[in-house]
Write a protein that binds this ligand. Sequence first.
Ligand code: ATR
Length: 275
Amino acid sequence: MLPRCFGVLGDPVAHSRSPAMHAAAFAALGLPHRYLAFHVPPAGLGAALRGAAALGFGGLNLTVPHKVEALAHCDALADEARRIGAVNTILFERGTIVGHNTDGRGFAAAARALGVGAVRSAMVLGAGGASLAVLDAIVGELLGPEGQVRWVSRDPGAPGRDRDRVARIGYAQALAGPPVELLVNTTTVGMARGPAGFPVPTEALVGALAPGAAVIDIVVPRPAGGLLDLAAAAGCAVQDGREMLLWQGVWAEELWLGRSLGPDVVGAMWAALGA
Ligand code: ATR
């Protein structure tokens, strides 16, 4: 079989664990394919996608800051990507660029593994492409019947997607209201070379949590001394971004290869994500 090329486009992207994870999957499947990280600044996204299509790439992932912008460069969108309003997985079908989203399903699986369900009050930090998939999963699968979501952004007035049961607010307002049972960080705060802190002290965010709340920081790797450490010290159930990264990657790979992955392959991918 001829090797095919896959990859992730991002800016920054050097920190990405996706190459190691997908290399482990190809090795476990006995496939000769390659998966590389490509540093693509925002202005280069369209050219990069067209180039990859022309070169016969097997598929791509998109990360910060490309997930929303990618909508404009796809020839077609899967239902999930259209509903969420962001793309994290590209499939090339006979030269056309098809946008998918496996982040929402990945987040829902990760949250369930932490025991999250029927939440009454959730808070999502950040309004970028990853937050759209997280919101979709929370509203569609994790929120209880009366549940409400605080969607927290530095710029709450920016044009956004209105959603039932979701209030887009600023950081100062976010701290008022009923105790939060699920807190998710989708911002770049804590990422390698990302901003050092949130617009409010991390202690104040942890102070807004209900006893035993679940806290998920989708950043990989987990920044030491950050949100998760503080929340764990306060008795919360915490999870970093590896679980979501794993499941979005499993479903991306299944789309590219047109087959389902067995537990041995999923186990190899998880092992590649490291501690
Ligand atoms: P993606 O679309 O892949 O999520 P992005 O649009 O670059 O990537 O998202 C970056 C995220 O980091 C945004 O959610 C942004 O939050 P805002 O809604 O407040 O703009 C968040 N972010 C970036 N710098 C931040 C900072 N200094 N403090 C808090 N959030 C920040």
